[in-house]
Design a protein around this ligand. Structure first.
Ligand SMILES: Nc1nc2c(ncn2[C@@H]2O[C@H](COP(=O)(O)OP(=O)(O)OP(=O)(O)O)[C@@H](O)[C@H]2O)c(=O)[nH]1
Length: 396
């Protein structure tokens, strides 16, 4: 009897001691949550999930257009975190390479203009040719006339035929049109308690998904924590494409497993996941079917409204394809009527000598070009720098 009582006491004592030790270990292992700063806490990424390549499905579901519920999940990057991830090209190296590409595609523009301007006598015909060259570069009628008038005046007053001097005047006048005073920051100010939200809009095929992928790389290179939201549920492969871009640099993507899911719900889940994971920036991809303006307006408006239940949308970037010229301008107008566009991303500038479209777009929309796409490669995106842009145009 005494033996069994003693045994019971020993067992109870052992259980109590083990319990205390275990609790102490658990408490030590769990990092206290810090107030939300721009730095993500080490405990935010479920590293076991990332390394195992499994899908961490969020609670909740998404209403599909056919009325059924579809799960929305965070697709954590599939690759093991450390060695397999791409290391994006640093911004400086990228800019030098992309500038050379811009110069190449606008070679004819600058050669033609400079040849015309350095002739012995610039008569009316030459001025007409200059005007035509600028119009062909998609500068737009009003800016072209402004530039030609200003140059005519300066050439007359200075009486200089020196090609270097004329080139300097042209540079100054072009730069005025591109307007270096506009605010071109594409990264919103960080918030103390939530991620910044960037929504990316534009018609299909202009390069939205590609641009988000490239931006994620730029941001990762700048040491930001990013999360992507695949709210382009219209095109079947879009979410997959976005997640692949994310995987390459270790950025998670929130997407629905069902095509045609409600894009606003996916966007909402993405922002919720971004808040939970304390990321710096959530980027939301959207679909852009322009055939039906009312539908587009409803969809984009709803995405914005729903997201704003959780956080304000800091930046709405409109992606435009530089090769579409005037068409791009009318698309831009429709989008700016629907959402409050805060910046333009001009893609495919590598494939056109119509760099003047930068001026035309800014004039029409009153919104600055903030980024330019100069190729299909993963690091072919650059912040728009007016001086470097004008220099590249004139370096041909
Ligand atoms: N040359 C060049 N091609 C680009 C550039 N940006 C995107 N592209 C290409 O344009 C094509 C369309 O790009 P996506 O990103 O799929 O376009 P999207 O706007 O997301 O299209 P939807 O998902 O259908 O709405 C792809 O083949 C890209 O590689 C660029 O700056 N230069």
């Amino acid at each position: 009897m005494t033996d069994s009582l003693l045994l019971t006491i020993i067992i109870v004592a052992v259980v109590v001691v083990v319990g205390i030790v275990a609790t102490a270990f658990v408490a030590k292992g769990r990092k206290p949550r810090t107030p939300y700063t721009t730095e993500r806490d080490a405990d935010d990424v479920p590293s076991a999930t990332v390394a195992g390549g499994e899908t961490d499905t969020l609670e909740g579901s998404v209403a599909t257009t056919d009325g059924t519920d579809a799960p929305v999940g965070v697709v954590e990057p599939e690759a093991p975190v450390a060695p397999a991830l791409d290391v994006p090209e640093p911004v400086q190296g990228r800019l030098a390479r992309l500038r050379a590409r811009l110069t190449k595609s606008n070679n004819m523009f600058s050669k033609g203009l400079l040849a015309l301007l350095s002739q012995d006598s610039i008569d009316e015909d030459v001025w007409d040719e200059i005007e035509e060259t600028l119009l062909l570069a998609d500068l737009g009628t009003e800016p072209t006339l402004e530039l030609v008038d200003a140059l005519r005046e300066r050439v007359k007053v200075e009486g200089s035929r020196d090609p270097q001097r004329v080139k300097a005047m042209l540079r100054e006048e072009l730069l005025k049109l591109v307007d270096p005073s506009l605010d071109r920051t594409y990264l919103p100010e960080p918030h103390p308690d939530r991620p910044s939200i960037i929504m990316v809009v534009g018609v299909n095929g202009v390069g939205k998904t590609t641009t988000i992928g490239k931006m994620a790389r730029v941001l990762v290179a700048e040491d930001k924590d990013v999360l992507l939201g695949a709210a382009d549920t219209f095109r079947a492969a879009a979410a997959e494409q976005l997640a692949t871009w994310g995987d390459r640099v270790g950025v998670p993507t929130v997407r629905s497993e069902i095509d045609g899911a409600d894009p606003a719900s996916v966007a909402f889940e993405a922002v919720s996941a971004g808040i939970d994971q304390e990321v710096d920036i959530v980027m939301i991809d959207t679909a852009g079917r322009l055939q039906n303006k009312v539908g587009l307006m409803d969809e984009l408006g709803k995405i914005k409204r729903v997201v704003e239940k959780k956080a304000t949308v800091d930046e709405v970037l409109l992606v435009l394809d530089a090769t579409t010229g005037q068409n791009g301008l009318s698309q831009a107008k429709v989008f700016s009527e629907v959402v409050n566009v805060s910046g333009i991303v001009l893609t495919k500038l590598d494939g056109t000598a119509k760099g003047g479209i930068v001026v035309a777009i800014q004039r029409q929309l009153g919104v600055p070009v903030k980024l330019v796409g100069l190729g299909e490669g993963p690091d072919d995106l650059a912040p728009f720098d007016p001086e470097a842009f004008v220099d590249a145009l004139l370096e041909g």
